[in-house]
Design a protein around this ligand. Structure first.
Ligand SMILES: [Zn+2]
Length: 186
């Protein structure tokens, strides 16, 4: 079940998704990676480790992918140039172990918020966001809108649950995500 903090961070992810350049062939998505283990008295913004939105740096970018790349960069300031090559995959794979001590102690204490269910199939790049999330060591994912079958049949939530991640849906915020993507739903 989502709690008040989940709703708050998910709203931030949806707010970020409005920054996406609209595409006729892809959803507009926002993502936020939060360290919820930071104490409640701490500056709330300190909990946000990374954000991302669709097509943020490249037309093929997915929101979760951009946020995970930024998370990995916290630990490795000199990333490979290419974001989708084998070097980056290896680099992202090590990100949780490479994170500095202290909050965030490891990726397993983090929650990834995405306005849309993370993809399990995509045309633009070989690695899906579901794979990238699992490989980064994130253990908890909260999203608002279960991906409708507009482009592909998405099984991201099922796959993550199958491998033991805590996956929380907040359908009460799905309408806000549909509003961002209204141009795809007519
Ligand atoms: Zn994706």
């Amino acid at each position: 079940m989502p709690d008040g903090e989940d709703v708050r961070w998910l709203r931030m992810a949806i707010e970020i998704s409005w920054r996406c350049p609209p595409s006729p062939s892809a959803f507009s998505v926002g993502a936020v990676i939060v360290d919820r283990s930071v104490g409640a008295t701490a500056d709330a913004s300190a909990r946000v480790l990374a954000t991302g939105h669709s097509r943020e740096l490249d037309p093929h970018d997915h929101a979760e992918e951009v946020a995970l790349r930024r998370l990995a960069r916290l630990a490795r300031p000199d990333p490979p140039d290419r974001s989708d090559g084998p070097d980056w995959a290896d680099w992202a794979d090590r990100a949780d172990r490479a994170l500095p001590s202290g909050p965030p102690a490891s990726a397993s204490s983090l929650t990834l918020y995405s306005s849309l269910e993370p993809c399990s199939a995509r045309a633009s790049r070989p690695r899906t966001c579901t794979e990238l999330i699992i490989e980064a060591g994130i253990r908890r994912v909260v999203f608002a809108w279960r991906e409708p079958e507009v482009f592909v049949d998405c099984e991201g939530a099922e796959i993550m649950r199958r491998v033991g991640l805590d996956v929380v849906e907040v359908p009460g915020l799905a309408a806000a995500v549909r509003a961002v993507n209204a141009h795809l739903l007519t």
